[in-house]
Write a protein that binds this ligand. Structure first.
Ligand SMILES: NC(=O)c1ccc[n+]([C@@H]2O[C@H](COP(=O)([O-])OP(=O)(O)OC[C@H]3O[C@@H](n4cnc5c(N)ncnc54)[C@H](OP(=O)(O)O)[C@@H]3O)[C@@H](O)[C@H]2O)c1
Length: 300
């Protein structure tokens, strides 16, 4: 199977490496070419433009930042949609909003291309280990065809429903993820302000029933106050923005989510966006100027 892969950031580079390791024939493209070097050494071919990654593909995978990035790669100058052969399958693993996924499905259909929205749950480590969980929206037959490819990158593939439902579930999951991290950071900062030790607070919160399981994985970052990015804070701000947009479209209210969204947006505006989203703890304890302390801003 010929696979085109576009988007070689933290997640995409690792997902593409797993496809190569499982014997898929891969042509890759990334806006910043240097990020493809390791994959090219491992046997991937380079495509200078998104369209070139699509020319011979049976399946095209995108793992891009946000709706604007996906739109540019698909429908911009030398975009891949016009270059895909009719009947091929486009799998978008990027975290985007459901309406955007449905629009892309329609654009694809108009060109005879099949489409699955298949955002991934799991971060840098699971991406590297091929342990992601995919939430898929689209036709069951298309998913069956995509199964071996998704299984090469993940441990679980969940068919949620029609196009847009994979990204719908991803919105719900990341809404909770963002709020849980922010609530944890806020509770820690309150405890510290009350004079409780950080070690004792972490032990109590993480050892009890109130903390979400993923928070244990953030313990070392919080302890060391070094936030090397696994899931960049700017993408959490983006996901909460997309969740708010999706909520407005279906007349749901997100009062707690809106507060969390503004908190991450504020942190990003103060220069914390490139760090892991657990840096919201750092932001809440920031110096009055609001800047990340020297040496932490460009981690990773
Ligand atoms: N990191 C995680 O833990 C995680 C987990 C699950 C889902 N996600 C989602 O997965 C997606 C990728 O995340 P990531 O962590 O891999 O982010 P990342 O490292 O920042 O990579 C983003 C990718 O998008 C490309 N891109 C950004 N803007 C673009 C544009 N305007 N035109 C073309 N390409 C553009 C980047 O190209 P350049 O290299 O040229 O910048 C890069 O390939 C996001 O939707 C994110 O929300 C992330």
């Amino acid at each position: 199977m010929e696979v085109g892969f576009i988007g070689l950031g933290i997640m995409g580079s690792r997902m593409a490496a797993n496809l190569l390791a499982r014997g898929f024939s891969l042509t890759v493209h990334n806006r910043t070419a240097a990020k493809a070097e390791e994959l090219l050494r491992q046997g991937a071919r380079w495509a200078e433009r998104p369209a070139a990654a699509a020319a011979k593909a049976d399946v095209l995978v995108t793992m891009l930042a946000d709706p604007a990035a996906v739109h540019a790669a698909a429908l911009g100058k030398e975009g891949f949609l016009a270059a895909l052969r009719p009947g091929t399958l486009w799998i978008d693993c990027s975290t985007v909003d459901p309406s955007f996924s449905r629009r892309m499905a329609q654009e694809a259909r108009g060109r005879g291309v099949r489409f699955l929205d298949a955002p991934a749950a799991g971060t840098k480590g699971p991406a590297e280990a091929g342990q992601l969980v995919f939430f898929v929206g689209g036709a069951a037959g298309d998913l069956q065809e995509a199964g071996p490819l998704l299984q090469a990158m993940g441990r679980s593939v969940l068919h949620v429903g029609e196009n847009g439902m994979g990204t719908s579930l991803k919105m719900v999951v990341n809404l909770m993820l963002g709020q849980a991290m922010a609530a944890f950071a806020e509770a820690l900062r309150l405890g510290e302000a009350l004079g409780l030790g950080k070690e004792k607070l972490l032990e109590t919160l993480l050892g009890g029933a109130v903390a979400a399981p993923f928070l244990s994985g953030k313990k070392q970052k919080v302890l060391a106050e070094r936030f090397e990015p696994e899931f960049p804070l700017k993408w959490m701000a983006k996901d909460l923005h997309l969740a708010a947009q999706a909520a407005f479209e279906c007349a749901a209210a997100l009062p707690c989510g809106a507060a969390a969204k503004e908190l991450y947006s504020l942190a990003a505006a103060h220069g914390w966006g490139e760090q892991d989203f657990s840096a919201i703890y750092g932001f809440l304890g920031r110096a009055p100027a609001g800047s990340p302390p020297a040496g932490r801003a460009s981690a990773g």
